[in-house]
Each structure stands twice: as structure tokens, then as C-alpha cells.
Design a protein around this ligand. Structure first.
Ligand code: CP
Ligand code: NVA
Length: 310
């Protein structure tokens, strides 16, 4: 179903396609743990364009391609002519002549859309200012591991900045039939168009999407509590000001008293202890949080195998 397609946003995927990615992700994880060869992309090459920093994304895509029998090329914009102003539409057409897939991490979402428009090979969005779909698909897979395969009706509370993660969570929870509540300060709500789209997507699965201000209200009875940095990549200059604005939006022991007794806490990482999450809570839920980091590998292998296969 996904063969030859781009993965720019979870909104573009059907519910069946989301499930297909998750199913294959679980299967590839089991195969890798059992030492069973799964060279689904033998001889294929992925180009990885990074215009922002990364630890998990680079490591998981690069290792993932290797485990699938292919190879990955790390391309920072300091090295590419793209970084010196070569147009995306030319870069896309050139890269399509050499590669079987392109992964990109960048600022404006329009750059990824432009790349996909001009590229003949699948393009995978590895984070923009607007969306981080690979991370949220990974998070759905991780929730399935900890809460069971049926995600329908589970409540996720997102606490903090309405950013690329929040936007993608809304799309992911809508496709999974979950109850999503975000608590964000006034003026820091998730993207208005994405919210509208997600509310529309939610109708298909019986999911719900709610944006409020009160973190304690959001956390009430939550099965999953999740947060992310208060200052995303590109917002470094706003850090000091944001620490003041978001001080009441911390995932800590007091907030978690409101959640379900069997709550799990998630964080895409990197985490800033003492800001969006306390050290105590990070360490208490480290098993889930580092499963989540590991699962980038398995979920993205599924995404690459499904989009880049012959
Ligand atoms: N969560 C995530 O995308 O991590 P990196 O920025 O390290 O890739
Ligand atoms: N919102 C964060 C996510 C990092 C993986 C950022 O964009 O920096």
C-alpha cells in the first residue's frame, strides 16, 4: 500500500497504512532480536539530509538501513550544495538519480514538501518545525508494547509546548482512535490547521482531540503522559523566556497523581531535566522512555521497507 509513497505526515496515511507500519515494526523488532535475517532493502541506498542536529534519528535510520541490507549516506547541509543555495528542486532531481529513498530533517515543512514534489523516490520526513511523524509512529508502537495492541480509547495527556510533537500526536492519536488532550499555555497551542485536520480525522476512528490550558485537568485519568522540550531546535534564543512561561507545565510526581495508576510517561528525547520533566520522573519511567528511543529503529525500518521496496 505504501510502496513508492512519501511519508511526510501521519495525516496523509490511512488507518490501515498506520497499522501496516506498526505491524511490520513489531515483526522486524522480533526478527532482529531473534537474529533472523531481514534484508528487505538489499542493495538500496538512503540519502539522509540533516539541516538540524540529531542523535536518535541519524543512528536509527543509518543502523536500520544497514540491518535491512542496504546503506545510508549522512548528508549535512554544511557539505551539500543545498547549504550554499542550490535549489531543492534541483537537489531532489539529482538525488533521485542515485538513491532509492531520501530522509530529511529541516526547518520549514514546505522544504520537505518541495523535496517530495520534485523527487522520484520516496521522501521521509525526519522532523520539521511542523511535524515529527516517525517519532509519533514509534510512540504508538511503544504504547502497544506497554498497553496492548488495541490503542482505541486510551487517554494521552500532552503537557507543554504545542510544537511539532504535539501536532504529530494529534494526527497519530486521531488515526489510532485515542483520546488526546494537550495542556499548553495561551499562545502556545498546536498548529490551528493541524488541529482542525486531526479533529476531522478523529471522526473516522472515534478518537477525540482537545486543547486546554490546565495541565492537571489534562492529566486526569491519563494512560499516557507525554511531554517535550519547552524550546525546540531553532528556538534557542527564546529559551530563557520560555522557561518562565512553561514553569507550570512540568511532568512531575504531583501532576502524575492525577493520572491513571498504571500510567506510563513518554518523552521523545532529548530531555531537559528540571524543565519539562523532573529527574525523578525521567528515571522512574526510563524503561518506557528508552524503549521508545530504541523503537525508532524498528518503526523506521518498517517505514523504509514499505515505502522503498520493489
Ligand atoms: N527524538 C529525536 O528525534 O531525537 P534526535 O533529535 O536525537 O534525532
Ligand atoms: N520539539 C523538538 C523535538 C526534538 C526531537 C524539536 O523540534 O527540537
Amino acid at each position: 500500500m505504501l510502496k513508492g509513497k512519501d511519508l511526510l505526515s501521519i495525516h496523509d496515511l490511512s488507518v490501515d497504512e498506520v497499522n501496516e507500519i506498526l505491524e511490520l515494526g513489531h515483526e522486524l523488532k522480533a526478527k532482529q532480536k531473534a537474529g533472523i535475517e531481514h534484508h528487505l532493502l538489499k542493495g538500496k541506498t538512503l540519502g539522509m539530509i540533516f539541516e538540524k542536529s540529531s542523535t536518535r534519528t541519524r543512528l536509527s535510520f543509518e543502523t536500520g538501513m544497514y540491518q535491512l541490507g542496504g546503506q545510508a549516506l549522512f548528508l549535512s547541509n554544511r557539505d551539500l550544495q543545498l547549504g550554499r543555495g542550490e535549489p531543492i528542486k534541483d537537489t531532489a532531481r539529482v538525488m533521485s538519480r542515485y538513491l532509492d529513498g531520501i530522509m530529511i530533517r529541516t526547518y520549514g515543512h514546505d522544504r520537505v514538501e518541495e523535496l517530495a514534489k520534485w523527487s522520484d523516490v520516496p521522501v521521509i520526513n525526519a522532523l520539521t518545525d511542523l511535524l515529527h511523524p516517525c517519532q509519533v509512529l514509534t510512540d504508538l508502537l511503544t504504547i502497544q508494547e506497554h498497553k496492548g495492541k488495541n490503542l482505541k480509547g486510551l487517554k494521552m495527556a500532552y503537557i507543554g509546548d504545542g510544537n511539532n510533537m504535539t501536532n504529530s500526536f494529534m494526527y497519530g492519536c486521531a488515526k489510532a482512535g485515542m483520546e488526546f488532550v494537550a495542556a499548553t499555555p495561551k499562545g502556545f497551542e498546536p498548529d490551528a490547521q493541524v488541529t482542525k485536520n486531526a479533529i476531522e480525522d478523529a471522526k473516522e476512528t472515534g478518537a477525540s482531540i482537545t486543547i486546554i490550558e490546565d495541565p492537571f485537568e489534562a492529566a486526569k485519568g491519563a494512560d499516557i503522559v507525554v511531554t517535550d522540550t519547552w524550546a525546540s531546535m531553532g528556538q534557542e534564543d527564546e529559551h530563557e523566556e520560555r522557561v518562565k512561561i512553561f514553569k507550570d507545565y512540568q511532568v512531575n510526581a504531583e501532576l502524575l497523581k492525577k493520572a491513571d495508576k498504571r500510567v506510563i510517561v513518554m518523552h521523545c528525547l532529548p530531555a531537559y531535566r528540571g524543565e519539562e520533566i523532573t529527574d525523578e520522573i525521567m528515571e522512574a519511567y526510563a524503561d518506557v522512555i528508552f524503549d521508545e528511543a530504541e523503537n525508532r529503529l524498528h518503526t523506521q525500518k518498517a517505514i523504509m521497507a514499505l515505502t522503498m521496496c520493489d
